[in-house]
Design a protein around this ligand. Structure first.
Ligand SMILES: [Zn+2]
Length: 565
């Protein structure tokens, strides 16, 4: 379930040379089914750097189709495909071989009939080979084969940009999250194999290999499925939730960082406490929360945040990498973008949440003034380097790579920092922190009753239009014009400031791509040391400033504006 049917089914040609990407427009043979369950059994040969896997996929047909199209990275070879059916009457399982073909990063399975909407489908795929080695994890993903300080193997996978098809056959589109996923990892028996969800047990095979089994009960993004293999030790700490429950949180960490993990745990659990107070319950209480030490910086793997940072707090008093990835449990995993064009819903909201965390720590330590200073200073740190090359939230369907990188190859941080500045500006516009925070929280939890759900129904889609609707309600007005200028076209709006007698006249200059759109965000102006809010009806505002009195437009950095001459 959790299937979102694409409005239009665009055919794309996958050639053998096509780079692996995630979220390409769905082809009809992908859109024809809803992947409901993946059961992955993977044996990892660390010496050979190969994998040997069997994937069982359960799906529901939603459009008539004679074939099923899955993604699987080209270097991995498929050796057999079977449809698993039941004999009518006896209920015995029968496996029927199915013909298949590979084109580039695609696997096309012919069903030998036209499957009809409502039919359930079970496909078992045997595959294996040498998976892609991650060139620059986690951004350019794949397997990371490394060693701990004493030379013991340490293996991890990251695949947000390319998708889980780097290591298993999957429908690699954010609009289709499986209802649940099971992962069984067979590894050398002196190592641990940690994956998402609930630990189901470990079987020692007596031949130097062991299998560890994990089960994710709620819906999950395919890139959110991950693992770490290594001589992991477990540092545990009790978490007392502000919502009343308690949980044990394990940090799986390699031996040389055990002391660091133990020292850092209270800070990491304080992140969890803050996020629950601010955005509602941690959604995967049924699966628990775990932290996995990884040989790359980090990733928001659901219920198993990947952490490869420095085990230190920043100047604001929190461990930013852990906080950022944990914030994604709300902004990415609980509220998920159905298309990568809405990537900013993951990254900008997680990045903006960091500013709220800095503010909250300062509030507790030094009161409201210190809180505002910390918040504004934190946002100032995200002000530079905006690319303004592509819209933060384009309307057209997009892949991960199209959002992460610009056509000229530069990385696109705008889905993090520029989007965070849009949210920051909306806070100024709404001018009521309770309403502003409620607008964010209701994107994840539309009602109090929703916050009590732990059986998988809590997962939600959050698109840019959902964000617009929620903030428009909070602002008591339609914010379409603001969203159009800030998010749907690439440039940052400029502000023209003129003197007219005893007045300053402010005029928003809307970029050409949004010509005709009314952009009327109020503008903070400091006059003689006092900050005032200048209303901008129709995009034009006026405020009295006596001659000789010092003034400045938005010196505290409250809104996203291009003030360059
Ligand atoms: Zn992120």
């Amino acid at each position: 379930m959790r299937l979102l049917l694409a409005a239009s089914l665009l055919a794309v040609a996958a050639s053998a040379q096509a780079p692996n990407d995630s979220g390409l427009p769905l082809e009809p043979e992908q859109a024809a089914f809803d992947a409901t369950y993946y059961d992955l059994a993977l044996a990892v040969d660390i010496d050979a750097r190969t994998i040997d896997g069997t994937l069982l996929m359960e799906a529901r047909i939603v459009q008539p189709t004679a074939a099923i199209l899955l993604d699987l990275d080209a270097p991995l070879e498929v050796t057999a495909v079977e449809e698993v059916a039941y004999v009518v009457g006896s209920g015995d399982e029968v496996s029927l071989p199915r013909a298949f073909g590979r084109t580039g990063n695609r696997l096309r399975i012919r069903l030998g009939r036209t499957a009809q909407p409502g039919e359930g489908l079970r496909l078992r795929i045997a595959y294996g080979g040498a998976p892609r080695v991650a060139p620059r994890p986690p951004w350019d993903g794949g397997f990371t084969w490394t060693e701990t300080a004493d030379g013991t193997p340490w293996v991890a996978v990251s695949c947000q940009v390319q998708g889980a098809d780097l290591w298993w056959p999957v429908k690699d589109h954010p609009s289709d999250e499986a209802d649940s996923v099971r992962v069984a990892l067979t590894v050398p028996s002196d190592l641990r194999a940690i994956s998402n969800g609930v630990w189901e047990g470990r079987t020692d095979h007596g031949d130097g290999m062991a299998t560890e089994r994990w089960f994710v009960s709620p819906p999950i993004n395919n890139y959110g499925v991950s693992f770490g293999i290594g001589p992991y030790e477990t540092v545990e700490m009790e978490y007392q939730s502000p919502l009343g429950y308690t949980a044990t949180v394990p940090f799986f960490v390699v031996p040389e960082r055990v002391d660091d993990a133990r020292r850092q745990m209270p800070s990491l659990l304080a992140d969890l406490d803050f996020l629950e107070r601010t955005f509602g319950p941690y959604a995967w209480r049924g699966d628990g929360y775990k932290i996995l030490h990884t040989p790359y910086l980090g990733m928001e793997h659901q219920s198993l945040v990947a952490y490869g940072s420095t085990f230190e707090d920043n100047d604001y008093g929190f461990d930013w990498l852990h906080f950022h990835e944990l914030a994604h449990e709300w902004w990415a995993n609980l509220g998920s973008a159905p298309d990568w064009r809405d990537f900013w819903v993951h990254e900008s909201f997680a990045s903006y949440s960091e500013a709220l965390r800095a503010e909250d720590i300062a509030l507790r330590a030094g009161g409201p003034e210190a809180a505002e200073a910390a918040y504004l200073a934190f946002m100032q740190g995200k002000r530079n380097g905006h690319r303004n090359a592509i819209p933060v939230a384009p309307r057209e369907t997009r892949t991960t790579q199209q959002m992460y990188a610009l056509p000229d190859g530069r990385s696109n941080g705008d889905i993090y920092v520029k989007g965070a500045w849009v949210i920051h500006s909306l806070r100024y516009l709404i001018d009521d922190d309770a309403r502003f925070l409620a607008a964010m929280r209701s994107l994840l939890y539309p009602s109090a009753a929703h916050e009590a759900v732990t059986d998988g129904r809590q997962a939600r889609w959050v698109s840019t239009d959902d964000v617009l609707a929620s903030f428009s309600r909070a602002a008591d007005r339609d914010l379409s014009g603001l969203f159009e200028v800030y998010l749907r076209q690439p440039e940052t709006p400029r502000l023209q400031v003129d003197r007219d007698g005893a007045d300053l006249v402010l005029r928003w200059l809307v970029p050409e791509a949004a010509a005709g759109v009314v952009f009327d965000l109020p503008v903070p102006v400091v006059v003689g040391g006092d900050e005032r809010r200048v209303a901008m009806p129709g995009g034009v505002g006026r405020t009295p400033v006596p001659e000789g009195v010092e003034w400045a437009v938005d010196p505290n950095g409250r809104i996203l504006v291009d003030l360059a001459e």
